[in-house]
Design a binder for this molecule. Structure first.
Ligand SMILES: [Zn+2]
Length: 264
């Protein structure tokens, strides 16, 4: 069964390391891979704009199965009846790689989007996520997968996993404190103007992110490689960057270079 990779970071304490990972098999997904960045973005957009209403979130999320087939309105929903984007111009409409309804790729998408576990997780997403947290996650996700770069399917899956790991390992951090000076030991805040509150607001500054989990991951990778190939020499092969002959003395090299240079 073909599935699309969607990684939902978990926000509640105690469940930090769970994340939903739905992987895909490439060959059956022809035409679907191109849509994945937009589909993932659509999930974040749905969560950001649902105003805490799980029903709206789900209707928005599920609507993507119509949009990818170039259908932008549909019957049956309670809240969300047509795409929120502007009408598409002719060029976009002509050049987008629309999926045919009922094709294998489209069926795979429908299965993933309507996956019961995923839809249940969306309830959780509405209840637990503060919009700011979601925005922070999304901007970090874009650091791993910048929109301007084209990524292959494998990169998409792995970068999404890395973004989710980064988030889940650093979502709950202590407030930073001043390490020296007169204010040593006092909690750090950042002051900025809030357009929403129309006043200056103080935002707590968290301690730096901890990437210690990456060391553990690298150690795991190395140990699994050595386990697979116990005889493998783990030192780097440097022959490709080494000179093919022994180095003469310094004065000899300078002399030889001058012989063939313009400064002779
Ligand atoms: Zn649409």
């Amino acid at each position: 069964m073909v599935k699309i990779p969607i990684f939902i970071p978990i926000y509640s304490k105690g469940e930090k390391h769970k994340g939903m990972a739905i992987a895909a098999k490439r060959k059956e997904c022809v035409g679907l891979g191109e849509w994945i960045p937009s589909i993932v973005n659509h999930l974040w957009w749905s969560a950001q704009t649902c105003e805490g209403n799980a029903e709206v979130l789900k209707e928005k999320w599920v609507s993507v199965i119509h949009h990818v087939t170039n259908r932008h309105d549909w019957p049956g929903n309670k809240h969300y009846h047509r795409c929120a984007h502007e009408p598409l111009d002719e060029l976009t409409e002509r050049t987008k790689l629309w999926l045919s309804p009922g094709s294998e790729a489209h069926k795979a998408l429908v299965r993933t989007v309507k996956d019961k576990r995923l839809l249940k997780d969306l309830d959780h997403l509405t209840k637990c996520i503060h919009t700011t947290t979601l925005e922070v996650y999304h901007s970090m996700y874009l650091k791993y997968l910048p929109k301007r770069t084209y990524f292959g399917y494998d990169e998409m899956i792995h970068a999404s996993m890395l973004a989710a790991l980064d988030h889940n390992n650093n979502a709950i951090r202590e407030q930073a404190v001043f390490q020296d000076g007169e204010t040593v030991g006092e909690p750090k805040f950042k002051i900025s103007w809030s357009k929403v509150h129309k006043s200056f607001r103080a935002r707590r500054v968290a301690v730096k992110k901890d990437y210690g989990y990456m060391t553990a991951m690298v150690a795991d990778v190395l140990s699994s490689v050595t386990a697979l190939k116990p005889s493998m020499d783990m030192t780097l092969d440097r022959t490709h960057i080494m000179a093919p002959q022994q180095r003469p003395s310094r004065s000899q090299i300078i002399f030889q270079t001058q012989q063939f240079s313009h400064f002779k």
